[in-house]
Design a protein around this ligand. Structure first.
Ligand code: ZN
Ligand code: ZN
Length: 141
């Protein structure tokens, strides 16, 4: 019983942490953040709790391949931008294109139930760093 209470407290904390962040953390990163509060927490427990939250529809999993999967508490359809340099994942506040669903239906007869489109490129932070480097190199010449 005490065991179950502790598990649900840990799960609540994981969910709360995901609601407070917008950086789409991996299970390992969630583990590192929540462990401060629950020193006896294991990575396996974090995986199991995330599994439950995803099944309950409270948390969205972004498939990046096994242990690199990322999690977020924002479950309404939205797109993502992935930085090819630092791996940062950010939410794109552009409307989900319903015309795509229609085009899919016309072309294949398939009905899409949800959208998640990933656009890849260089994030602003990495772009700024690259610019600074270019300027420094120019200045040195
Ligand atoms: Zn970046
Ligand atoms: Zn997102």
């Amino acid at each position: 019983m005490a065991e179950r209470r502790r598990t649900s407290r840990q799960r609540d904390r994981i969910f709360e942490m995901l609601r407070e962040t917008r950086d789409h953390p991996t299970a390992r990163s969630i583990y590192q953040r929540v462990r401060r509060q629950f020193p006896d927490l294991s990575l396996g427990t974090v995986y199991r709790n995330l599994e439950v939250l995803v099944k309950q529809g409270l948390v969205n999993r972004l498939d990046f391949g096994g242990t690199f999967d990322r999690f977020e508490a924002r479950i309404l359809a939205h797109h993502h931008f992935v930085c090819e340099q630092c791996g940062a994942v950010s939410d794109l506040d552009i409307p989900v294109d319903q015309a795509l669903t229609r085009r899919l239906r016309v072309a294949t007869g398939l009905d899409a139930t949800r959208h998640e489109i990933r656009l890849y490129g260089v994030c602003k932070a990495c772009g700024t760093k690259a610019n600074d480097r270019a300027l420094r190199t120019k200045g040195a010449r």
